[in-house]
Design a protein around this ligand. Structure first.
Ligand SMILES: NC(=O)c1ccc[n+]([C@@H]2O[C@H](COP(=O)([O-])OP(=O)(O)OC[C@H]3O[C@@H](n4cnc5c(N)ncnc54)[C@H](OP(=O)(O)O)[C@@H]3O)[C@@H](O)[C@H]2O)c1
Length: 338
């Protein structure tokens, strides 16, 4: 049993980690922290975690082997060096270690407390970085929009069947913004409404761009990324568009994607446009690649649950890799439908 701790179990990603890990046969949660609920048993904070008597504490105990950080950015980076010095491996769910270039981090997030760790951190997208994740002591768990967007475009860019000019139009449920109170996520602001935001450079844009550049391998990919907030709790649907460089019918593009992800346990290339509801509560990403023949354009629709494959489920997938456990352990549950 690997001993793990959850920092900020009081947040959405922390609570989702506890839900997944409480049924994980290879991991034992030995420490859970949260400033706002310290001293209370977790079941009192989250009644859906009925059988978790464990108390929330203010500090993480030193006997954990791997710590998950469900903190806001900056707070996560400030906490990481002392954990690594104690020999505790870190899976950070914030954006603090996702960008390799400290100047880009500074542009989008401000000053980085420990930029020297950026070179060491491994971007925790198992479909791309499986081997380095196994050996990592610091994993930067990808963002939710980036997970869907990168998985949607990686095969097409890697095989150079599209031009390096892409558009990603994405929609997210409100839990993507976290549990803390914000005017923009009040029921009456969100319900029966849809809005675009972050058009002047959403924080996930440089992260998506960084990985699309790696996939392309021949320089900079021009990316336009437009996220939208929609009135649902969980889920992301990202639609990616790019001009094809080859005259391929949809079935050939489909075959390329199906072949590319054939051995991936959590990516399913599907035969009709997927809905977020099909992956709700699961660690799956469903991808639907097709071709707009009239325009000569690739279209890929991707869906994930932002709190599972987009955050806590992917973090458990990374734990499994780091601990030498089967990659799918504790993550086999299918989505909840309807
Ligand atoms: N929500 C998603 O879908 C999602 C997806 C991917 C990545 N992420 C990232 O994961 C991280 C956590 O997201 P979340 O949605 O779980 O957020 P959240 O629901 O707002 O929870 C964050 C937790 O961090 C703690 N916290 C807040 N400010 C703090 C501070 N200054 N110092 C120490 N602790 C503080 C709070 O717990 P206490 O006050 O009890 O300590 C809070 O419960 C964020 O960096 C987010 O960007 C979120």
């Amino acid at each position: 049993m690997i001993r793990v701790g959850i920092v900020a179990v009081t947040g959405y990603t922390g609570a989702e980690l506890m839900r997944l890990l409480s049924r994980h046969p290879g991991a034992q949660v030995v420490s859970i922290t949260g400033r706002s609920e310290a001293g209370k048993p977790l079941r009192q904070v989250f009644p859906h975690l009925r059988d978790v008597d464990q108390p929330v504490t203010a500090e993480l105990s030193d006997d954990v082997e791997v710590a998950f950080l469900g903190l806001p950015h900056h707070e996560a980076a400030a906490m990481t060096p002392p954990l690594l010095e104690k020999g505790i491996k870190v899976i950070d769910l914030s954006a603090d270690f996702r960008l390799r270039d400290a100047a880009v981090y500074e542009e989008f997030y401000g000053h980085h407390p420990c930029p020297y760790l950026l070179a060491e951190a491994v971007y925790g997208l198992p479909e791309v970085y499986r081997e380095p994740i196994k050996a990592a002591r610091l994993v930067a768990n990808p963002g939710c929009y980036p997970t869907a967007s990168i998985l949607a475009l990686w095969p097409a860019l890697r095989h150079h069947i599209i031009k390096p000019e892409v558009i990603v139009d994405a929609k997210s449920g409100v839990s993507g913004a976290g549990r803390s109170l914000k005017l923009e996520s009040h029921f009456s602001e969100v319900n029966e409404s849809v809005r675009a935001y972050g058009l002047d450079g959403h924080r996930h844009l440089p992260e998506i761009n960084q990985e699309l550049n790696v996939a392309w391998g021949r320089g900079f990919v021009r990316l336009t990324f437009v996220p939208h907030l929609i009135p649902m709790t969980r889920g992301i649907l990202a639609t990616a568009y790019a001009d094809l460089t080859v005259e391929w019918p949809a079935n050939q593009v489909y075959a390329l994607y199906a072949d590319f992800y054939a051995n991936e346990p959590f990516v399913r290339v599907v035969e009709s446009p997927p809905q977020t509801k099909q992956v709700y509560g699961s660690n799956y990403c469903y991808l639907y690649p097709t071709v707009d023949q009239r325009a000569g354009r690739l279209i890929v629709v991707a869906v994930i649950d932002n709190l599972v494959k987009g955050a806590s489920g992917q973090a458990v997938q990374n734990l499994n890799l780091m601990a030498g456990l089967p990659e799918t352990m504790g993550l086999e549950a299918l989505g909840i439908y309807p």
